[in-house]
Design a protein around this ligand. Structure first.
Ligand code: XIL
Length: 377
């Protein structure tokens, strides 16, 4: 099993092109078959409709405050998305900051909006090292009793289990440069050992056996030593879980693209998705956005670079039938974590809409990647 050095992406495309004259391809078998004619949808058709023509979903991360009735943002989410991911509202630290009670207010609002608009909901996320409340952290480390984690999983899954089709059971379990197995030295590992991942998946399986259970990971897109090692560590992790019979059914590729790292490494991404789907796993693009490198250029040039990078990435992953959904990490630059997070870039333009809800070339690039209509500028 190798993430790099296999038959290359370009070579495969060449072979497929030569074979296509001999073998008739099944019609709507894949998310976006670039060789089949694009359906002609009007420009104002939401991305959800464009994705639907390929039996795929388009979604975005959302904050509860963006869904206020009749707001511009709520209208855009309703038009564009067939899936929503809570950007914050389902994280442990948000749900139970004090340990006395759970506050489901924001998450309930998002779940209700999804129901009213016929959208899927991604369960993001049950366990993430960066969203463990202080009280839970000290309980885990002091008692080392698993039920503290299991109880949390039970509370969240019992409330939203009927609605959530895909759970990010463990978010970002890898850390390159530490342990030889690539597992992140987080509070869960410290309290329970590396088995915590298997246990979390078993718990998630118990509370929602019908749903999909994902590992969600970042830093898998570029041709750097670190990202190459992370691709391999991810494959090894899920391969090990599968061999132990652990009920992992999917892998989320966060896809926080970054123009400072150059262009996405298509062969590496191709090999990763090929190997994951070869194991029978679903693969979802879960947090797509683009960190810019140079904000001194014109808006037009910057937006073109963002759109081109998006297209380069989606062009590879949407070729796989295992990839049936793409979610961006927000819809508009207005609230993007790339503007306000710790690695933030003031004024970053890495999402489909600008801060005034004008669609940008990235939005059309996504549409085209799904086989829909799209402006070129
Ligand atoms: C981020 C949010 O966007 C920020 O607002 C918050 O401060 C931190 O978390 N990978 C993930 C997401 O899986 O949950 C993170 O979301 C971004 C990185």
């Amino acid at each position: 099993m190798r993430a790099n050095g296999h038959a290359t992406w370009t070579r495969r495309r060449f072979l497929r092109a030569s074979l296509s004259s001999l073998v008739a391809a099944p019609l709507v078998s894949r998310c976006a078959d670039m060789e089949s004619p694009a359906p002609l949808l009007p420009m104002n058709e939401g991305l959800r409709r464009v994705a639907e023509t390929r039996s795929c979903k388009f979604g975005a991360a959302v904050q509860a405050g963006q869904l206020l009735a009749k707001s511009a943002s709520a209208r855009r989410f309703a038009l564009e998305c067939s899936s929503l991911t809570p950007e914050l509202a389902m994280k442990w630290e948000r749900l139970a900051p004090t340990g006395n009670a759970y506050d489901f207010g924001d998450m309930d609002r998002i779940a209700q909006f999804a129901r009213e608009n016929g959208m899927a909901l991604r369960g993001h996320t049950l366990l993430w090292h960066r969203s463990v409340p202080r009280w839970a952290r000290s309980l885990m480390l002091r008692t080392r009793q698993w039920h503290h984690v299991r109880d949390h999983i039970e509370v969240v899954m019992s409330r939203y289990g009927a609605q959530v089709a895909q759970w990010d059971v463990v978010n970002e379990p890898l850390e390159i440069g530490g342990r030889p197995d690539g597992l992140r030295q987080n509070v869960f590992l410290e309290a329970y050992g590396p088995q915590y991942i298997d246990w979390a998946f078993w718990a998630a399986h118990d509370y929602a056996p019908q749903a999909d259970r994902f590992i969600n990971e970042y830093g898998l897109e570029y041709d750097t030593a670190e990202e190459g090692r992370r691709r391999i560590a991810l494959l090894k992790l899920v391969e090990g879980m599968r061999s132990r019979g652990v009920p992992v059914t999917g892998v989320g590729l966060q896809a926080h693209l970054d123009l400072r790292k150059g262009k996405v490494y298509r062969d590496g991404i191709y090999g990763l998705v090929r190997d994951l789907s070869g194991m029978g796993l679903k693969v979802a693009v879960t947090e797509l956005d683009v960190h810019e490198a140079d904000t001194s250029l014109s808006h037009a040039e910057r937006d073109k670079r963002v759109a081109d990078e998006t297209a380069r990435y989606l062009d590879v992953v949407l070729d796989f039938p295992a990839v049936r959904s793409v979610s961006t990490w927000g819809l508009s630059d207005q609230t993007s974590w790339l503007r306000y997070g710790e690695d933030s870039l003031q004024g970053n333009r890495g999402l489909p809409y600008d801060e005034r809800w004008n669609p940008k070339p990235m939005r059309w690039a996504i549409s085209r990647a799904f086989g829909g209509a799209g402006r070129t500028t």
